[in-house]
Design a protein around this ligand. Structure first.
Ligand code: PEP
Length: 249
């Protein structure tokens, strides 16, 4: 059976010093797990220091964004080449905050996921509907378009993770019910199986993200088609992140 993935997205929180203290404490408190992978995605400025500490543990490290070129006149941007060099393995692509605050389109995200995989790294493609889209019963249409456009020409499914993050559930304290998430995960799996023309359930993990907390993680992880979670707010404190990592089904 494939391992689950419990990922923390720290967004724009924690200085390098705070990040180092956090991961040292995480290593001490997290316990041993053979059936689940643990991933932290600190801000760019903390990646190098955190990567050095995590290299002695099984906890994985990811970045929250990347540019799709290797180098060039792109002020303020960071490339896969720079991230590989400091030991980064995963990269979150197309988080709804990147889409909605920074205007990233499916076309830009498509260039990023392809670049990440071409570099041998693992993209975590985020997709999700807004509340008005759900209310107009457009959830499946929106997700299908996001998948088809963001993964156009993408080939290496063994590197890909998808995170279903309904925008209305991110940072709002209002999570999708496990049943709502399960229904969408089944839909996502059916779309990607058609797109890649093969059974991808052994390769592509589909994570749920949106107000995951210690008190809802067990019921979320009980769902058959939920392979892990992407956690924002509740990944910022060692005790709540450890409780999420130590989910019981
Ligand atoms: C996220 O940032 O991906 C996220 C899911 O945030 P939160 O857990 O705070 O809703």
């Amino acid at each position: 059976m494939r391992k689950s993935l419990i990922a923390g997205n720290w967004k724009m929180y924690k200085t390098p010093g705070e990040s180092v203290e956090f991961v040292k404490s995480l290593i001490e408190n997290v316990g041993n797990h053979t059936d689940r992978d643990i991933l932290v995605c600190p801000p760019f400025t903390s990646l190098h220091a955190v990567s050095r500490i995590l290299s002695k543990s099984s906890i994985k490290i990811g970045a929250q964004n990347v540019h799709f070129e290797d180098e060039g006149a792109f002020t303020g941007e960071i490339s896969t080449k720079m991230l590989i060099d400091i030991g980064v393995e995963y990269i979150i692509c197309g988080h709804s905050e990147r889409r909605n605050i920074f205007g990233e389109s499916n076309q830009i995200i498509n260039k990023k996921v392809k670049k990440v995989a071409n570099a041998g790294m693992k993209p975590i493609l985020c997709i999700g509907e807004k509340i008005e889209e759900r209310e107009r019963r457009k959830t499946f249409d929106v997700l299908r378009t996001q998948l088809q456009e963001s993964l156009d020409g993408f080939k290496d499914t063994s590197l890909l993770t998808i995170a279903y993050e309904p925008v209305w559930a991110i940072g709002t304290g209002k999570n999708a019910t496990p049943e709502q998430a399960e229904e969408v995960h089944l839909f996502i799996r059916s779309v990607i199986e058609k797109m890649f023309n093969k059974n991808v359930s052994d390769e592509i993990q589909i994570l749920y993200g949106g107000s995951v907390k210690p008190d809802n993680i067990d019921s979320i992880m009980k769902m058959q088609n939920i392979d892990g979670v992407l956690v924002g707010g509740a990944s910022l404190k060692v005790d709540s992140f450890c409780r999420i990592i130590n989910y019981k089904i």
